[in-house]
Write a protein that binds this ligand. Structure first.
Ligand code: WT7
Length: 645
């Protein structure tokens, strides 16, 4: 498993960074961060070029990059390409859910016109600099356009994944006091409709979520309700907007977006990213990691509702002037060859997806892959969770015909962009290892007491120095930002991940060490699922843990205690699973409900999650010391319950 695989020369001979380039650039990025990052900042157009580069501290926590710089990220992603005579270059290739439906291709010039229209529409409804705009869209061109339009006028976008429930959407609208929503009437995924506008209506019917205007893009001609005075069809508003909408000059540290993500406790946090540092980070990482060359076609299969979509569908590729596919559909519709059919149709060169998709497709065998021409592929990326070596091999051997390097990329919503990876021209690959630190990144492994561990070792993954793309705060709760990321190990950013470093300096992420689980590459707080479970009137108590799942990486295992007198039959199991879906969304659907009369607790009433994790993993041999439990018999009952399944 430790064997190093050297990438094929097809990928490496022309790469942006060779192995010696990497060594030299990495060294400079640490010895002279200001010099290194001011040179990387030249990838962008600035209205005012920054004089101050890094200005940060982790104790006390205050992070700024390029603070006196002024720029607009929409100008950098769109307008400047047009101004430079690249207006006819294809920016977006939209591939619809239904392979028989009409797609759409936009040049940078056409994208600019669309963004100006959307920006004009938002302005007409009263949105402006600093306002929060919630975007709840399917994977259609207008989703990216809405984000860019916000950036253009200086509004802060908060994209909520279209799979989240009205309840979850309402919480996110309320938390950032968003006064505007951009949605579509409906979305399409795998042939099924997603009632986006109806979900917005349901969210806005709740107390607290209260907006001035909803801008509705017609995508599916669905029959939807429009609330007079609040809801507006995009095509009607946009029919009469000025033909230009200048890019708002933004300070580098002005907020760009909020993106909600789950943590170990409490409600999802609104991770806040600012403009200049984020722009430099995604521009630089996209350039080196995906090694993009003009004329190539890039495809990231993520959704714009996640950070991967923000950084590597919207901002990173477009700032680099790339041509990219935007895909509305899913990997298994109309059949399991859909990804590879799209690769063949659009001659995709660089493809970026998640291990969960790879595992799901691997299960269907090689035929659906081999049925399509993949000779255009040059690089294959992966993100979201550790990739098991078996899936890695299949991705490499079958999808890539052992010719395209696998670029594993470790990063997080909070890091803004890729942090640990192998660069295609610089590093050999080790299946299952994310690789080496990107420029400027200084990983450190520490033990539970914070002692630094050197050499080949296992520990908790921290980053010791700031990088431009780092999140700056939790929206509306800076104290929570400090508490969550900088208090466990003072003076360091703590990632929440466990990690091993081998003797070649390669990093192997071993998974979260906190109460966060990773379901199909989506971060889920166990506390969120627990609170959804206990919001059912029949549930007294619940404890949720992750357990190994063949396709999803981790599944959601729920221990549930019902109120006295309640019975758990099959109908109730289905009802409770459905209740969680309604509260959060389909991605939070419990995989396993384990009804139990009691949970293992210490005498002080703390639930012993360590034991619950082991039982869910079917690992009964090492339950450890149960003597501190208030009632040790509870464990026997749970083990029996697990074995009877
Ligand atoms: C968590 C972050 C980064 C965009 C998608 C997820 C896990 C992410 C990898 C990888 C092993 C990975 C970590 C991390 N993770 N990429 N290549 N190898 N683990 O973003 O929702 O913020 O989740 O995903 O556990 O902490 P996110």
């Amino acid at each position: 498993m430790n064997d190093m695989i050297q990438p094929d020369s097809k990928a490496t001979s022309t790469a942006h960074a060779s192995s010696s380039d990497y060594a030299a650039l990495y060294a400079v990025s640490l010895s002279d961060p200001d010099g290194f990052w001011s040179r990387q900042a030249e990838r962008l157009d600035w209205t005012q070029v920054p004089g101050t580069i890094a200005n940060w501290s982790y104790d006390p926590v205050a992070i700024k990059w390029f603070e006196d710089g002024v720029l607009n990220i929409c100008h950098n992603a769109v307008d400047r390409h047009v101004a430079a005579g690249r207006g006819d270059v294809t920016a977006l290739i939209f591939e619809p859910d239904d392979p028989g439906a009409a797609g759409r291709t936009l040049t940078y010039g056409e994208l600019q016109a669309e963004v100006i229209r959307m920006a004009g529409a938002l302005k007409k409804l009263g949105a402006g600099k600093g306002d929060r705009v919630t975007i709840y869209m399917p994977m259609i061109v207008e989703g990216a356009v809405a984000m860019l339009a916000c950036a253009r006028i200086g509004a802060i976008h908060s994209v909520v994944f279209g799979g989240f429930s009205p309840e979850a959407l309402a919480g996110r609208i309320e938390d950032c006091e968003s006064k505007f929503v951009v949605c579509a009437d409906g979305g399409l995924r795998g042939g099924k409709g997603v009632p986006l506008k109806a979900n917005v209506d349901a969210a806005l019917a709740k107390d607290g979520a209260d907006v001035d205007a909803v801008l509705v893009v017609n995508h599916t001609d669905s029959d939807i309700a429009m609330t007079e005075g609040r809801d507006h069809w995009y095509h009607e508003v946009a029919a009469d907007v000025p033909s230009d909408c200048p890019c708002e000059p933004m300070g580098a540290e002005d907020p760009l977006f909020i993106l909600y993500t789950s943590g170990s406790t409490g409600k999802p946090k609104g991770v806040l990213h600012t403009t200049g540092g984020y722009a430099v980070w995604v521009a630089t990482t996209f350039h080196y990691v995906f090694d993009y060359k003009p004329g190539e076609v890039f495809w990231c299969s993520a959704d714009i509702g996640w950070v991967t979509g923000h950084s590597y569908i919207v901002y990173g590729p477009l700032i680099n002037g790339a041509t990219e596919v935007m895909f509305e559909g899913v990997p298994n519709y109309p059949d399991h060859g859909r990804f590879w059919q799209v690769v063949a149709k659009h001659k995709v060169n660089i493809f970026y997806t998640a291990p969960t998709a790879i595992r799901a497709l691997m299960r269907e065998g090689d035929e659906p892959v081999k049925a399509h021409d993949r000779s255009s592929l040059r690089l294959l990326g992966t993100v979201g969770e550790p990739i098991n070596p078996e899936a890695w091999r299949w991705y490499y051997d079958v999808v890539g015909d052992a010719q395209s390097p696998i670029i594993d990329t470790w990063w997080q919503t909070e890091t803004g962009g890729i942090m640990i990876t192998t660069l295609p021209g610089a590093h050999g690959m080790k299946p299952g290892s994310a690789g080496k630190p990107f420029f400027g990144i200084q990983p450190q492994l520490v033990d539970n007491d914070g002692a630094v561990l050197d050499g080949a070792t296992d520990g908790n993954l921290c980053i010791t120095a700031s990088w431009p793309g780092q999140a700056r705060s939790v929206y509306g709760d800076h104290e929570r930002f400090i508490q969550t990321y900088f208090s466990t190990y003072k003076g360091k950013y703590f990632t929440g991940d466990g990690c091993r470093r081998d003797s070649d300096g390669y990093y192997w992420i071993t998974g979260r060490v906190d109460d966060v689980i990773n379901v199909s590459g989506h971060r889920m707080g166990t506390a969120e699922v627990e609170s959804a479970l206990v919001s059912h009137p029949k549930v007294a108590e619940a404890a949720v843990v992750g357990y190994p799942h063949d396709i999803k990486g981790q599944g959601i295992y729920c221990y549930v205690t019902l109120n006295a007198g309640e019975e758990a039959d099959d109908a109730f199991t289905a009802e409770l699973k459905n209740h969680v879906r309604t509260e959060i969304g389909p991605i939070a659907t419990p995989d396993h409900l384990h009804f139990t009369p009691a949970l293992p607790k210490t005498r002080s009433g703390k639930i012993m999650r360590r034991i619950l994790r082991k039982i869910a993993e079917n690992d009964f041999a090492t339950l450890g010391d149960t003597s501190t439990l208030a009632d040790p018999n509870v464990v026997d009952t749970l083990v029996q319950g697990r074995m009877n399944r």
